[in-house]
Design a protein around this ligand. Structure first.
Ligand SMILES: C[S@@+](CC[C@H](N)C(=O)[O-])C[C@H]1O[C@@H](n2cnc3c(N)ncnc32)[C@H](O)[C@@H]1O
Length: 195
């Protein structure tokens, strides 16, 4: 998917900061998902330099608010630059600094239309559990790097990160509260709707 200058500059800042943004294929899917559920209240776990945030905001209605969490203030500063370049009203984004595992329990049950998980992979199981709690019925969970550079599908790969992401896929698929699929776009986007 071709990206415009705002996205390309955000991607460049991400590169300078050493954080890996969502790939264009998954980003486009996020925009569609946000638009499909008319997502007014969205949480992103792992702001980075704001590439994923831009894709989400582009699918959300004009009065939608994106809450995005990251422990690196420098990353959130870069994301704010991207939001300013995009012309996003300040009231549409709430950037929360901190460890996601400390911040998430403060967010309300059943209040969110979409939760996007894209921070430290080791904590994905806890983030998914928190996301299911925070989503309203019909809300969407999206988890990036679900294929983890094609390692998830290779049974010979047994390193810790691959094993955790593989397990998250299994847990989401067998969770009766969710209807799920794995989109093979970008680095794999695990998508689920809360029943
Ligand atoms: C893959 S990058 C996020 C990319 C972003 N979603 C995008 O598409 O542009 C992961 C981010 O998670 C943040 N992060 C890592 N561990 C975290 C934690 N425990 N709590 C909150 N953020 C964390 C990192 O600082 C980094 O900015």
């Amino acid at each position: 998917m071709p990206e415009d200058d705002v996205l390309l500059r955000a991607r460049e800042r991400a590169g300078q900061l050493g954080c890996t943004p969502v790939l264009p294929g998954s980003g486009a899917a996020l925009t569609v998902l946000a638009a499909a559920v008319s997502a007014r209240a969205v949480v992103e776990i792992g702001t980075g330099a704001g590439v994923g945030s831009l894709y989400l905001l582009r699918g959300m209605p004009a009065d939608g608010v994106l809450t995005t969490i990251d422990l690196e203030l420098e990353h959130q500063r870069a994301a704010k630059e991207a939001f300013a370049e995009e012309g996003v009203k300040p009231t549409r984004t709430r950037t929360i600094p901190g460890r996601a595992i400390d911040v998430l329990p403060r967010l309300t049950d059943g209040a969110y239309d979409l939760v996007f998980v894209d921070a430290d992979k080791e904590s994905y199981p806890q983030y998914v559990e928190q996301a299911v709690r925070m989503l309203r019925p019909g809300g969407v969970l999206a988890v990036d790097n679900a294929l983890w550079h094609d390692r998830v599908a290779d049974p010979a790969r047994r390193d810790e990160t691959t094993t955790i992401i593989r397990e998250v896929g299994r847990v989401v698929r067998s969770d009766d509260r969710l209807v799920s699929t794995l989109l093979p776009s970008g680095d794999g986007l695990l998508v689920a709707v809360k029943r």
